[in-house]
Design a protein around this ligand. Structure first.
Ligand SMILES: Cc1ncc(COP(=O)(O)O)c(C=O)c1O
Ligand SMILES: N[C@@H](CCOP(=O)(O)O)C(=O)O
Length: 462
């Protein structure tokens, strides 16, 4: 399998180089040159595999420059730190399924891919006797998952930008209480979009990127998306629909569009998915896009689901590539238009294609807390505010579609205690890894949202 850029100027690179490149050198995002398709029989044959076995079977299709035994070792090691042997347990709440993606070391879905990416980096760097300086942006969860993914790994430094005062207290503590010499947390005066813009601008300076061996842990990195494809298959196999290999709808709380994009690849690979539902909070550009064809950037507002307080969804560009029938010039022009005009125009024909795959909902702050309460009262089960946006989508759409729903549960409620307590008046159980963080020593650097300031900070600390 070879990889290419959504903007067409980078082509024919192998998986390991794609992983190290992160953002494509032409400013686009790397994607596989083809999406491997599986027949329904081939998919059905994967049904009884363990999570790790399934991961290996799927990843093999996208990786041709790492031997199977090595890949197997990397995969198995990546899920050792999960607190449930199934890795992603799927439960049933009434008539819908909930896929618990938060059993990794930092209690959000990010661990599923970032534990893998950390081990992958370690393997590739060791083979090449190389080193890596990671630059990443986070709205709360990627940051700590990435830090835990690369902690203690030889030859890696990590710089994580988060929007100051816009992540939950627990998310902030998870990052800032890691005092390892190779970890730099930077609180940026701005939004997540500012942080992601800075990171992408730094990567676009290809000379700077090469000179300093910069790498990405965001879903900019194809390996992140790849590892996430696996749990769409795994979750599907845990439902009754898998008995007859019939279709399901899958709801995904969405911000940067990385999670649901993995679902899009799973669907293109042949997994029986009817609709992928984009569940947004009040930062609902993707909802407006699906419903009204309105892809225009508005100001970010702060919500109870801070990890989804995003307007400029990075992975939308990967989807555009397929929407535009693999026309990289059209993608490049659209991304330029977005940068200048803050919107992209889509005609009715394109919107029809979008709606064949996606549906979308938007959840207000008020409704978000109501859903947490409703679920708690009905099932004595506590969901986090991001997952609640997804469940709101299930409740809104379940009478419209015949197929059963799987909702992706993207974080443990203890990461968002204040909002949960506001909703139900009860504190969720705090898992071991989140206890006593408040008492620990913290370290964080503060910077204005300025590309050059961040570049200087990085150079000073290399
Ligand atoms: C808990 C949680 N839910 C949902 C999302 C949105 O996922 P994505 O950015 O992949 O769309 C995020 C952030 O990525 C998150 O941390
Ligand atoms: N919600 C994310 C934002 C970054 O997304 P990524 O998938 O591109 O890493 C976060 O929690 O940081």
């Amino acid at each position: 399998m070879k990889y290419m850029s959504t903007r067409g100027k980078v082509k024919g690179i192998n998986f390991q180089d794609a992983v190290l490149m992160g953002l494509a050198d032409d400013g686009g995002l790397l994607i596989p040159e083809e999406i491997p398709f599986m027949s329904i029989n081939e998919i059905e044959a994967l049904k009884d595999k363990s999570y790790q076995e399934l991961a290996l079977a799927i990843m093999k299709k996208y990786i041709s420059d790492i031997g199977e035994t090595t890949l197997e070792k990397i995969v198995f090691k990546s899920y050792e730190a999960f607190d449930d042997e199934r890795v992603v347990p799927v439960i049933k709440l009434g008539d819908f399924y909930l896929s618990e993606l938060f059993h990794g070391p930092t209690y959000a879905f990010k661990d599923v891919a970032l534990q893998f990416l950390g081990n992958l980096f370690e393997y590739i760097l060791d083979q090449r006797n190389d080193y890596l300086n990671i630059i990443g942006a986070t709205s709360g969860d990627t940051g700590s998952a990435a830090i835990y993914g690369v902690r203690g790994k030889k030859g890696i430094k990590i710089f994580i930008l988060h929007p100051k005062g816009r992540v939950s207290r627990m998310q902030e503590l998870q990052m800032t209480t890691v005092l390892d010499d190779n970890v730099f947390n930077i609180a940026v005066e701005g939004t997540f979009d500012d942080c992601q813009y800075i990171v992408k601008e730094i990567f676009s300076d290809v000379e700077f990127k090469r000179e300093h061996h910069l790498g990405s842990i965001n879903s900019i990195n194809w390996a992140r998306v790849l590892a996430q494809i696996v749990y769409y298959f795994y979750s599907y196999f845990q439902t009754d629909a898998a008995d007859s290999m019939s279709k399901v709808n899958i709801v995904v709380p969405t911000g940067n569009f990385g999670n649901i994009l993995a679902g899009f690849y799973a669907k293109r690979m042949g997994l029986p998915i009817n609709k992928l539902v984009i569940a947004t909070n009040e930062n609902n550009i993707l909802y407006r896009f699906v419903k009204e064809g309105d892809y225009s950037i508005k100001n970010v507002v702060q919500t109870y689901s801070p990890s989804m307080d995003i307007q400029i969804a990075s992975n939308f560009e990967r989807f555009l590539f397929y929407l535009f029938e693999e026309d990289a010039d059209k993608v490049r022009k659209s991304m330029e238009q977005l940068k200048v005009e803050k919107k992209i125009f889509f005609n009715d024909e394109l919107m029809e294609k979008v709606r064949e795959v996606f549906d979308a909902t938007s959840t207000s702050n008020e409704r978000n807390l109501e859903v947490i309460k409703e679920i708690y009262e009905k099932y004595k089960y506590i969901v986090d505010p991001h997952t609640a946006c997804g469940i709101d989508a299930v409740l809104k759409l379940k009478n419209i579609y015949d197929e059963p729903f799987i909702a992706m549960s993207t974080a443990h409620p203890a990461k968002f205690i204040d909002s949960v307590v506001k909703a139900i008046g009860v504190k969720p159980e705090i898992p071991r890894g989140l206890r006593e963080l408040e008492d620990k020593e913290k370290r964080v650097y503060e910077l204005d949202a300025n590309v050059n300031l961040v570049k200087k900070f990085i150079e000073k600390n290399l």
